[in-house]
Design a protein around this ligand. Structure first.
Ligand code: KG4
Ligand code: ZN
Length: 348
């Protein structure tokens, strides 16, 4: 079965064709992030207008090597996200479903992130064999707007375990990167790069940031206090004229350590309680190398037979291939006229 999926929840416009939920036949992405870098964040109306310009060429390109007759179903992200952006993908897919007379599956972007773990990319690295997730799977979705932990008993059977009470982990990376002047928008990779410079220089870290709720007796998290602590440190360094490349790299390192310490500890805590067969990491922050290495190290230390699965970094950040995969494994088409965008959709 071949699915053509469309994703337009924020500032990326993406389309992909995936076979049987696992094999990517094409995946195309256009992004307006350069524009948002200039304005220091996404302006929803601007993002939506860019989506309108990109959507048809992106779909056309995704279909270039996959004839329309071979497409069995369409899938589209209906939420959560920015309403203007979502509407572009949703209304376009509805129009295509009507015109082409194809079934259409509405998809939750947060659940779909997890399906990056079902995509088989082993042909790209000959010595690796793809391992499909086994249930029950403990899942952590860490994206720009959400940080959620769920237990997946089967496809479509998700139980919410915990998550952030305020800012998402990605949001914390983004906002602190802005405070440090490292990136105006989409700061995770910038924090990671600055933190690596600090690690390479191997200097002693003199600034210690809080790990909010790390030791709370539940699976809840909080990241807004961390952002405030960084703001305070930056102001202190500015008044003493010590805000320079070295102290910025220090802070970036500590931010990355603080965020990843909390995420890893909560996953390990949940693993001890629920004893899953696999742990799935997903969402843009899952591309973070430090998170990947810390989590695999700590899971290795557990005396439990649990396999950690993390998609390749390119499949962690937004794209349409995992939307298609999610639609294949949760194939519930509904009439196109009943599909609406829902910006505030939650993971369960
Ligand atoms: O899942 P995603 O692509 O979009 C949303 O659905 O939100 O996640 C984007 C988030 C941003 O906050 C971005 O800064 C973060 O993922 N991110 C990273 C890295 N790459 C992307 N955070 C830390 N380290 C990275 N390497
Ligand atoms: Zn996302």
């Amino acid at each position: 079965m071949r699915t053509l999926a469309i994703e337009s929840s924020c500032d990326e416009t993406a389309a992909a064709v995936v076979e049987n939920g696992t094999k990517i036949l094409s995946s195309v992405l256009a992004s307006s992030s350069d524009i948002h870098q200039k304005t220091g964040g996404v302006i929803p109306e601007v993002a939506a207008r860019e989506q309108v310009g990109y959507i048809i060429p992106v779909v056309q390109e995704a279909l270039q090597e996959n004839k329309l007759e071979t497409i069995d179903a369409l899938a589209v992200t209906v939420g959560p996200g920015l309403i203007g952006s979502l509407l572009v993908g949703v209304e376009t897919t509805k129009a295509l479903a009507f015109t082409w007379n194809k079934p259409i599956v509405p998809i939750n972007h947060l659940v779909a992130h997890l399906y990056a773990n079902w995509l088989d990319t082993s042909h790209k690295s000959p010595n690796t064999k793809h391992q499909s997730p086994l249930f029950p799977a403990l899942c952590l979705v860490v994206s720009g707007g959400h940080t959620d932990m769920v237990l997946m008993q089967n496809h479509g059977k998700l139980k919410y375990l915990g998550g952030t009470r305020d800012d998402a982990a990605g949001e914390c990376f983004d906002k602190t990167a802005r405070l440090l002047g490292l990136a105006a928008y989409y700061g995770g990779p910038a924090i990671a790069a600055a933190a690596n410079k600090f690690r390479m220089n191997n200097v002693q870290c003199i600034i210690k940031l809080p790990r909010p709720m790390m030791n709370s007796n539940n699976l809840e998290m909080s990241f807004s206090g961390l952002k405030t602590a960084v703001l305070r440190e930056v102001e202190k360094l500015k008044t003493t004229k010590q805000l320079n490349d070295e102290t910025i790299n220090y802070l970036a390192y500590e931010i990355q350590e603080a965020i990843t310490d909390v995420l890893v500890l909560k996953v390990i805590k949940a693993a001890g309680i629920y004893k899953p067969r696999t742990i799935l990491l997903a969402g843009g922050v899952a591309a973070n190398q430090r998170l990947r290495e810390k989590l695999s190290l700590d899971i290795g230390h557990l005396s439990l037979d649990i396999k950690l699965l993390i998609p390749p970094p390119k499949l962690c950040t937004d794209n349409a291939s995992y939307i298609a995969s999610c639609a294949y494994f949760n194939y519930h088409p509904i009439p196109w006229s009943k599909i609406t965008a829902d910006p505030s959709l939650t993971i369960v």
